[in-house]
Design a protein. Structure first.
Length: 426
């Protein structure tokens, strides 16, 4: 159950400025500043934000704030200790309608003649029809990875978890006063192998862990200074497969679009994106139609959109964001009518690898979905934990049903395309 303590503002002097903050109830030495727009907090935010993480810096966050998915708003928290800013937390408030987001497969449900399963499916449908609530997300619904908070002074995981939980309770109280009822707190995407202390502390605060669909990533090997060297590390079976896909893609004209060209193709780009989004089993949100264009305007060369043309028709695109040492394989769009004949999606995956090699990054974040085909180009999976906390009106078992719907299980066979003894680098 969320804390319902009343909190009041107080003034502190930080960097020769008077700032309104809220003292934290369980961490007396700390206070927080809360704003609904990054513009109101930009200078102090960027002073604390990690210099090597674009997704927690104000330039990207401002673009997303200006062109958000529908039903999404934002809250930015700065932590202070002894009047000094020492941490930040990025929060999204999102109104989730499970029925609208879930693409139901009635055919599969109707195959079962089992009375118990039929009753279970009926109960699930009944609940899903009524499942609409506000999520308070510490993290970013549009990304995979740990993009919820950062402290620029040493803070152990137990203290971090306590501070975040305390801050979210304070924010909850403020939202209640604003008549914004939040039903669930969600802390999003933590590497399962490195968050044991965080998990232990959050469970003490009645947060429930649940395993998300794994994210996919690829480390770029030092000897891959060209795409041919990447192919050279593959076993013959996968190298032949790659060359066959490239051959089938000969009819594709690939072009990195300028800002002006993106503006000219904006409608078609969004149409292609929606073809992928609408085909997903669960899609919680739809991007703003101008999101792709405005990212280019604000991020410049850090953001690239590559278009695929066949017979002068725009049939697919993919986007990348260069997050310092990592390249994020961002959103894409594909016209399914062209995919099989020209191996469009597989060619996108190979082009992402080539783009990362040319860009000199150390790692690609391939995000979630299409796990098996991503593993066939060399990506490996990484399990991620999320944590949720609910109001007393929703039991954890019922809420777990929602998150099971949010997180469809994908049966897949991991592939390993590389030779067992890759070329060593002296």
């Amino acid at each position: 159950m969320f804390s319902s303590n009343n909190i009041s503002k107080q003034l502190i002097n930080a960097n020769q400025q008077n700032i309104e903050v809220y003292p934290l109830s369980k961490n007396a030495a700390y206070s927080i500043q809360i704003k609904s727009s990054i513009k109101d907090i930009q200078e102090v935010w960027d002073a604390v934000a990690p210099k090597e993480n674009l997704f927690l810096q104000s330039t990207y966050l401002q673009t997303l704030e200006n062109f958000p998915p529908e039903k999404m708003s934002f809250r930015y928290i700065v932590f202070y200790k002894e009047n000094q800013p020492i941490g930040i937390a990025y929060n999204q408030i999102f109104k989730l309608n499970v029925e609208d987001s879930l693409q139901q497969s009635n055919e599969e449900e109707n195959k079962s003649n089992c009375l118990i399963r039929a009753f279970s499916n009926a109960a699930k449908k009944w609940f899903i029809k009524r499942a609409e609530f506000n999520l308070l997300i510490c993290g970013n619904l549009l990304l995979t990875g740990e993009y919820g908070f950062h402290f620029n002074v040493p803070v152990n995981e137990q203290q971090t978890a306590s501070l975040i939980q305390d801050a979210l309770d304070a924010l909850q109280n403020i939202l209640d006063k604003e008549q914004t009822k939040v039903s669930v707190h969600l802390l999003k995407d933590y590497k399962i192998e490195t968050c044991e202390a965080l998990k232990e502390q959050l469970q003490k605060e009645t947060y429930h862990p649940f395993l998300m669909q794994p994210s996919m990533y690829m480390n770029i090997r030092p000897n891959w200074d060209s795409f041919d060297n990447y192919l050279g590390d593959m076993s013959s079976k996968y190298r032949v497969r790659a060359k066959r896909a490239r051959k089938k893609g000969d009819a594709i004209l690939k072009k990195e679009l300028t800002l002006e060209e993106m503006e000219a193709h904006e409608e078609r780009i969004y149409e292609l994106y929606k073809m992928i989004a609408d085909g997903a089993g669960f899609n919680a949100f739809l991007l703003h139609k101008q999101y792709f264009t405005e990212l280019k305007r604000d991020l410049g060369d850090r953001y690239k959109l590559t278009a695929y043309f066949i017979d002068n028709q725009l049939v697919a695109f993919y986007t990348t964001i260069f997050n310092y040492k990592e390249m994020d394989a961002h959103f894409l769009g594909v016209d399914g009518a062209y995919n099989r004949e020209h191996q469009v999606y597989l060619n996108i995956l190979y082009d992402l690898v080539n783009r990362a090699i040319e860009g000199g990054v150390e790692r690609i974040d391939f995000a979630r979905t299409a796990l098996e085909i991503k593993s066939s180009v060399g990506a490996v999976s990484q399990d991620m934990l999320c944590f949720f906390k609910h109001r007393s009106t929703l039991s954890s078992k019922i809420l777990q049903l929602v998150f099971d719907s949010l997180n469809p299980k994908e049966e897949w066979q991991p592939r390993s395309p590389f030779k067992s003894d890759p070329v060593s680098v002296g």
